[in-house]
Design a protein around this ligand. Structure first.
Ligand code: AMP
Ligand code: ZN
Length: 114
């Protein structure tokens, strides 16, 4: 995916603050953090959005959420709770069309989100 910034981050063509990676997942700090902790958890496979996921992606979707939980449990700032978000599509605010989970916390989060 030539023009996908997250694919470029995954391939190290673009610099980012990667805090975890394995064969299937990369996690890096959001460049414009909305909370004291704001990590992006992404599959290395390019999937443009949750809408594009299929049965074939069941496993990776589970891995993304379990990685969010695992990282949150290691982060003292998230002891009081955290939020995991997927923005799907333009109206939801999706700006980068490579599937990602936002792991956010370290401050009180209003609900409902605006
Ligand atoms: P979304 O609006 O759900 O598509 O989220 C995209 C997120 O990617 C935003 O929170 C951006 O701040 C973040 N972002 C965009 N470019 C980069 C980058 N080069 N490195 C890290 N995060 C980025
Ligand atoms: Zn991509």
């Amino acid at each position: 995916m030539i023009d996908c910034i997250f694919c470029k981050i995954i391939s190290k063509e673009m610099k980012s603050d990667i805090i975890y990676e394995d064969e299937r997942i990369a996690v890096f700090k959001d460049i414009n953090p909305q909370a004291p902790v704001h990590h992006l958890i992404v599959p290395k496979k390019h999937i443009s959005s949750l809408s594009e996921c299929t049965e074939e992606d069941k496993g990776i979707i589970g891995e993304l959420f379990l990685k969010a939980k695992e990282l949150a449990e290691k982060e003292p700032n998230l002891a009081g709770g955290y939020r995991v978000i997927i923005n799907n599509g333009k109206d939801a605010g999706q700006a980068v069309f490579h599937l990602h989970l936002h792991l956010l916390g370290g401050r009180r989060m209003p609900w409902p989100p605006s």
